[in-house]
Write a protein that binds this ligand. Structure first.
Ligand code: ADP
Ligand code: ASP
Ligand code: MG
Length: 484
């Protein structure tokens, strides 16, 4: 069997859904399970209305809900010309009515908990999977709607839930295998799941990719296909840099680093289940179904460029803690990381000196409690609106001169570097800059490493702490650490 996941733009309207149906029709002999995202923009819109309701602006929230209702019913009208659409329309109406009720509840309480957020957000995928399964049936596909809340089991970490693989694998096999054996095509909403008690959860924004690999690993899929709006995994985000090129084949390790450091085309956890079962993942363009896309697999040929790709992750904060020296260097670091763990904050990059540590984390985390605890260990300050740039390439390990070229390029663009880190696996070089410098930094680095000749002048990375000619900065060099 195979898994085919269609992202938001690949099911955004009736034309996209029809294209998806054609793509699935061509693969029926491979026994596909289909995973769909919400129609493009729907999750953002559900989130915006939830936040408006929580702020007491219920009329604004309900106003946002109306076009969503019209859009889903209109898509359905066009798609269901040949069959009675009433049962599907009823389901769509019921789902949207329940969003309306939840918004009123949120407004009445003036509070939006992560659990309620999940209840509301998962409606996007419940709607799309309902509509897509009905539309597929019209195209002669024996589609059957499967409720992901009944087969993907997670912990109760709402809005970023973690799958409980033993339960999930078992339950996916029990529910999907008989359908596949009967020649049916299960259609499931991505992104949503439920706790063991059946309370809806979501897997984090962009989580439908993860759903697809969770399903693929449970059923030992031959391959997993991620259908999206770009030609594959590219050398950088084509929205930032139009000269980005498609990568033909990339290893699991490099692709995971890219996803983790902001290549939005894959949810950061996507490859974990695929690696576990060694299942190749293909990233494909639903507007050009015949094109080759990118194959992500255990082994990839050597890259002809120095790096495989560049990723950027905006919306970061840097937390700096300067020790009061009462704990000693080791005790200080341990206490800092314990505080991160207690507050369930994951660090993306870490840099240390004898008396201070700088940690980069996602700005969407609420860090008041963390800062309160860190203040007991030393002087704390927080820098906002930062971004991580990460250059990934397995073949940089042991090569000379690379870091110097990276930072020369950044310095020549007059961009200030706040912090530097090379992953312990020597597969990436990451550094922190101002958010507004991201487009320029990515374009310059892309031009240097992907649009000009390979490097020639050697200088070892270890030598750069003596000064890189960067503007107004004291780069700190260190290995990346995982916290929380
Ligand atoms: P979907 O709705 O199909 O899940 P996403 O918007 O989540 O699609 O992901 C696709 C987008 O990811 C692309 O439109 C592109 O702008 C962005 N992206 C970021 N980095 C990369 C990269 N290295 N390769 C391809 N796309 C990337
Ligand atoms: N619809 C969800 C989101 O926008 C999940 C996904 O698209 O993968 O985050
Ligand atoms: Mg996505």
């Amino acid at each position: 069997m195979i898994v085919m996941k269609f992202g938001g733009t690949s099911v955004e309207d009736e034309k996209a859904i029809e294209r998806a149906a054609q793509i699935v029709l061509r693969r029926l002999h491979e026994r596909p399970v289909v995973v769909v995202s919400a129609l493009a923009g729907v999750t953002d819109s559900l989130l915006a209305m939830s936040q408006a309701a929580a702020a007491g602006r219920i009329q604004e929230a309900l106003k946002l809900l109306r076009p969503l209702r019209r859009r889903h019913l209109a898509v359905l009208d066009v798609l269901m010309m040949k069959a009675p659409a009433e049962p599907v329309r009823d389901d769509v109406r019921t789902l949207l009515d329940s969003v309306q009720d939840m918004l009123r509840g949120v407004a009445a309480l003036g509070e939006l908990t992560p659990r309620t957020t999940d209840h509301i957000l998962c409606t996007g995928e419940l709607l799309s999977s309902r509509i897509v399964s009905a539309a597929f049936a019209q195209h002669g596909i024996e589609a059957v709607l499967v409720d992901s809340r009944e087969c993907i089991v997670t912990d109760a970490n709402h809005t970023n839930a973690v799958p409980l693989f033993d339960w999930t694998d078992e339950s996916l096999r029990q529910q999907l295998q008989p359908l596949l054996l009967a020649g049916r095509v299960p259609v499931m909403g991505g992104f949503l799941a439920a706790t063991i008690d059946g309370i809806p959860t979501t897997l984090g924004r962009g989580g439908s990719d993860f759903s697809a690999t969770i399903v693929g690993a449970a059923l030992d899929a031959k391959r997993i296909e991620i259908w999206t709006d770009v030609g594959g995994m590219m050398t950088t985000d084509p929205r930032l840099c139009p000269s980005a090129r498609r990568i033909d084949v990339i290893g699991f390790d490099e692709a995971s680093e890219l996803a983790y450091f902001g290549a939005k085309v894959l949810h950061p956890a996507t490859l974990i289940p695929a690696v576990r079962k060694n299942i190749p993942v293909f990233v494909l363009n639903s507007r050009q179904p015949e094109s080759k896309g990118t194959c992500i697999r255990a082994r990839a040929p050597r890259s002809r460029t120095t790096f495989r790709a560049i990723a950027a992750k905006a919306g970061m904060k840097v937390v700096n803690v300067k020790s009061t020296r009462t704990l000693g260097a080791n005790g200080f670091l341990r206490a800092v990381f314990e505080a991160f763990e207690r507050h369930d904050c994951a660090a993306d990059l870490v840099s240390t000196s004898e008396v201070s540590v700088s940690i980069v984390l996602n700005a969407s985390h609420s860090i008041d409690g963390l800062l309160h605890d860190l203040a007991k260990l030393g002087e704390v300050d927080v820098e906002d609106r930062k971004a991580i740039i990460c250059l990934v390439g397995k073949d940089i390990s042991g090569q000379a001169g690379i870091a110097a070229t990276v930072f020369d390029t950044i310095a020549a663009a007059n961009i200030n570097v706040h912090m530097i880190s090379q992953g312990a696996s020597e597969i990436n070089i990451g550094f922190v800059i101002e958010e507004h410098d991201v487009p320029e930094a990515v374009r310059q680095l892309h031009q240097r490493f992907f649009e000009t000749k390979p490097l020639s002048r050697p200088t070892r990375l270890r030598a750069i702490s003596g000064g890189l000619g960067m503007q107004a900065c004291t780069p700190r060099i260190n290995a990346r650490a995982e916290v929380g």
